[in-house]
Write a protein that binds this ligand. Structure first.
Ligand code: AMP
Length: 425
């Protein structure tokens, strides 16, 4: 007996019965990103692992616990990308994008990899969409990026999600805040989980993001970053909110949003669907004004977000939303007789190459079998060509919904069908 191969834990196949949903959300994202004048960037799926250690932070969960690291045959340390911002920043610097036209507003789509504990809405390979905007500190850009992410979810028809925003301050004001957090959490050291005990020494802010119940309870009364913002961070944050109000984007201010990656500064935000259970973040992002410089580029502010398609599609399914209909043939081509079949083969090619979608099964010879297959294919029309019809320069067109049949002149088939398609779409 041949061996059975299983799919790796935390991954899944996107089957034909579902792939149209993915194509639909990809398309809507691309269209909306283009409406905001963002252009796509495609970077490799693996990078040198030090890129993520440096950019995301080597004490973050993503790098410390979740990264798929491996060596190639020459002993190079590589990693499957766990997120999209660091590769885009690398590419921005490597390719000197700051000096190229239309290269400061970028978006990406593609798989990311994290050795996470698989559960509902959390996988080891997952698909993200994201945008990055380089070169401006203007709070309008923060609002615009947030609006793009919000409007994407709205455009898909989602109702049950909220946008939460925060400012985590610049490197200067977060020093005072970190000190206040250390003072506060030190009182509870004994109660904190082991990870948070370490975080207290390295990145106290990250305790606010811990999912452990007791740590969450303690964090409830921790000091708020908003009380520690300096003048410039405070005004910027107020302006972001003013712009969002002007753009009609509803939001809540949540001072507990910290984001799990090291590179964030100032504005941080998340889109949450609280019906999803524990994995409720549909997406999130923030400013990273120091990252480009930290990665060896010229000082360049930046802001972006990323969201996961799995949770998005799950939310859409839960809300019973439409994915634009599954892909099915427009026409099922039925033939009777050898001459008709030969003629059909060249007509079929011609029709397909003019953009129509057709199915034809040369194996099935009887009318009954072909009619059955046409029904199952969910085609909108059937074209029926027999040897007799061929002689009379005719072809039968059957509307599969109404059952109505009509004859059309064979040599006008293409023109007729193209018109029909235009009317039906
Ligand atoms: P993050 O960069 O961790 O904030 O991730 C951004 C978004 O990607 C999250 O809000 C999720 O929607 C999605 N995401 C992150 N990790 C996973 C995962 N392991 N499985 C599925 N989706 C994920």
């Amino acid at each position: 007996m041949s061996e059975k191969y299983n799919i790796p834990r935390g991954t899944f196949d996107i089957l034909p019965e579902n792939s149209y949903k993915w194509q639909y959300v990809f398309r809507i994202f691309r269209e909306l990103a283009a409406a905001y004048n963002y252009r796509e960037i495609i970077t490799p799926i693996f990078e040198n692992s030090n890129l993520f250690e440096r950019a995301v932070g080597d004490s973050t969960d993503i790098v410390e616990k979740e990264m798929y690291k491996f060596q190639d045959k020459k002993g190079r340390e590589l990693a499957l990308r766990p997120e999209g911002t660091a590769p885009v920043v690398r590419s921005y610097i490597n390719n000197n994008l700051q000096n190229r036209e239309n290269s400061s507003k970028l978006y990406y789509l593609g798989p990311m990899f994290r050795y996470d504990k698989p559960q509902k809405g959390r996988f080891r390979q997952f698909y993200q969409y994201g945008v990055e905007n380089f070169g401006s500190k203007d709070p309008f850009i923060d609002a615009e990026v947030i609006a793009l992410g919000y409007n994407f979810l709205k455009k898909l028809g989602l109702q049950n999600f909220v946008l939460e925003i925060n400012s985590i301050g610049c490197s200067e004001c977060s020093k005072d805040y970190d000190a206040a957090l250390v003072e506060y959490f030190t009182k509870y050291t004994g109660d904190l989980c082991n990870d948070c005990k370490n975080r207290l020494k390295t990145k106290p802010k990250r305790i606010l993001d811990c999912k452990i119940k007791r740590c969450k309870e303690i964090a409830e009364n921790a000091p708020s970053q908003l009380d520690y913002l300096d003048e410039s961070c405070r005004t910027d944050f107020e302006q972001v909110q003013d712009y969002l109000v002007k753009m009609n984007i509803p939001f809540l201010v949540n001072p507990k949003i910290v984001r799990g990656l090291d590179y964030y500064t100032k504005t941080a935000f998340e889109y949450l669907n609280n019906n999803l259970g524990a994995q409720n973040a549909l997406g999130g992002g923030g400013r990273y004004d120091n990252l480009v410089e930290q990665m060896g580029g010229n000082p360049t502010p930046g802001i972006g977000f990323a969201g996961g398609f799995e949770r998005l599609i799950l939310s859409m399914e839960t809300e019973g939303l439409d994915f634009g209909g599954s892909v099915k043939p427009f026409i099922y081509f039925i033939t009777l007789g050898e001459k008709a079949e030969l003629y059909a083969i060249s007509l079929l090619e011609d029709l397909r190459n003019s953009g129509l979608s057709l199915e034809f099964d040369a194996d099935k010879k009887s009318l009954k079998a072909q009619m059955k297959a046409a029904d199952r294919s969910k085609a909108e029309f059937a074209l029926i060509l027999g040897d007799d019809e061929l002689e009379n320069n005719e072809i039968t067109l059957k509307n599969m919904t109404t059952g109505k049949q009509q004859k059309i002149a064979l040599d006008t088939t293409k023109e007729y069908l193209l018109n029909l398609k235009k009317k039906s779409s």
